[in-house]
Ligand binder design. Sequence first.
Ligand SMILES: Nc1nc2c(ncn2[C@@H]2O[C@H](COP(=O)(O)OP(=O)(O)O)[C@@H](O)[C@H]2O)c(=O)[nH]1
Ligand SMILES: Nc1ncnc2c1ncn2[C@@H]1O[C@H](COP(=O)(O)OP(=O)(O)O)[C@@H](O)[C@H]1O
Length: 207
Amino acid sequence: MTLDKGLLIVLSGPSGVGKGTVRKAVFDNPDTDFKYSISMTTRKKREGEVDGVDYFFKSHEEFEALIEQDKFIEYAEYVGNYYGTPVDFVRETLEKGHDVFLEIEVEGAKQVRDKFPEALFIFLAPPSIAHLKDRLIGRGTDSQEVINYRIQEAKRELELMNLYDYVVINDSVDEACRKIHSIVEASHLRRSRVERTLRKLLLEADN
Ligand SMILES: Nc1nc2c(ncn2[C@@H]2O[C@H](COP(=O)(O)OP(=O)(O)O)[C@@H](O)[C@H]2O)c(=O)[nH]1
Ligand SMILES: Nc1ncnc2c1ncn2[C@@H]1O[C@H](COP(=O)(O)OP(=O)(O)O)[C@@H](O)[C@H]1O
């Protein structure tokens, strides 16, 4: 029985689709009661970022030592840096009955599926490739060459969409947040219906 445990929610999708933006909006909503799992990364801290709030910033050596100690649910190399989800926080928080939210790229999400098949997988998709291109250009963090590379990669990443439980189109950020909240609510309802039915049938089988 898992009802007393929290739900693991995984938001993923191609680079530039708006995962970070949507995640921030989800957590800006005071009604959100999921716990955000702060990732570890070897990338340099950007201006305004705070260690332990945006990420736990680690050196390459520290990160590799943590990999050796099996301290990640998943980790991936992304644009030359490591990113990973710390296992202890996620397990402890789920055990306490809280929902945990991960915002990670697609390779990492694949690894989570193997370890937490019962997790809820939400794929954030762009309204169109033209939107994706515009967002990558608009973000202003990548050269034209890197943007072209990311668009090529996005095709491969989009093909993974059918492995997810739900697809949310990131047209408006507010609408995407609302959809994520309703998906989580529906998943809780489904989970409690399944568990109640199972409990009833098992009790009957024992008598
Ligand atoms: N696999 C994995 N990906 C992560 C994790 N944390 C963040 N990411 C992803 O890493 C990518 C780069 O993140 P970041 O460096 O913050 O840059 P930006 O989101 O592209 O501005 C994004 O696609 C994040 O979703 C993690 O713990 N594991
Ligand atoms: N729904 C949206 N409409 C318009 N622009 C968006 C939307 N969502 C995100 N963006 C913009 O797209 C760019 C990429 O978003 P970001 O959150 O960095 O993507 P990701 O984390 O998936 O790489 C940012 O400049 C962001 O402001």
